[in-house]
Design a protein around this ligand. Structure first.
Ligand SMILES: [Fe+2]
Ligand SMILES: [Fe+2]
Length: 200
């Protein structure tokens, strides 16, 4: 697992700021509610790709498995919330995903390549944050977040491989563009704490 995590640290433009970790530890109920939303949204994004790109068999298989895994994560977060008496509720989304998607090109195949790169970055950041948080959490949450690392690291690799295949070659230029944006979204002060927010 450390190899997969090292690869993710190499890929991402920066580590999660310490201030965000403090925000998360002070807002654990909110973190769980937003985490549940993120898992549900991850499944939904995978399903929408399956609707749009019906002739891409590799994408259909990888996204179908990914959607199932994200929904399973969603159920696991809900179960932990239930045990803690944390009620699931609507939340305004973080600026993060919308901030990344602003750069997605409008026309295919560029659109697909970009959406897949954004998917890879979101998975990689989620993995990095689970690893950063785990040592500070209680045993239940720590075990859960350490367990999620493995699948999120594979999701990152699957998205990146699909992006390269959709582009018919390396996607480094586009990845660099999106990582530049990502760094700002992760490091600049944010107004509301969310799983993918900047420090508040
Ligand atoms: Fe997940
Ligand atoms: Fe994932």
């Amino acid at each position: 697992m450390t190899d997969a995590l090292n690869a993710i640290h190499d890929f991402l433009p920066c580590r999660t700021p310490q201030r965000w970790i403090e925000n998360a530890l002070a807002n654990q109920d909110l973190m769980l509610i937003d985490h549940a939303h993120c898992e549900k949204k991850a499944a939904s994004t995978a399903l929408s790709l399956m609707y749009r790109y019906v002739d891409n068999t590799d994408l259909l298989n990888k996204m179908s498995r990914l959607a199932r895994e994200e929904l399973r994560h969603f159920e696991q977060v809900l179960a932990i919330m239930g045990k803690r008496g944390v009620r699931y509720d609507h939340l305004t989304p973080a600026r993060y995903a919308a901030g990344l998607r602003k750069e997605v090109r409008a026309e295919d195949p560029g659109r697909l390549v970009d959406v897949l790169i954004v998917g890879a970055i979101i998975e990689a950041r989620s993995c990095e944050r689970f690893a950063a948080l785990a040592p500070h959490l209680d045993d239940t949450l720590s075990d859960f977040y350490n367990g999620l690392l493995k699948s999120e690291a594979r999701h990152y690799r699957d998205y990146l491989a699909l992006a390269e295949r959709a582009a018919g070659g390396p996607v480094n230029d586009r990845v660099e563009t999106f990582l530049g944006l990502e760094r700002q979204l992760i490091e600049s002060p944010d107004t509301e704490f969310r799983f993918h927010s900047g420090p508040v």
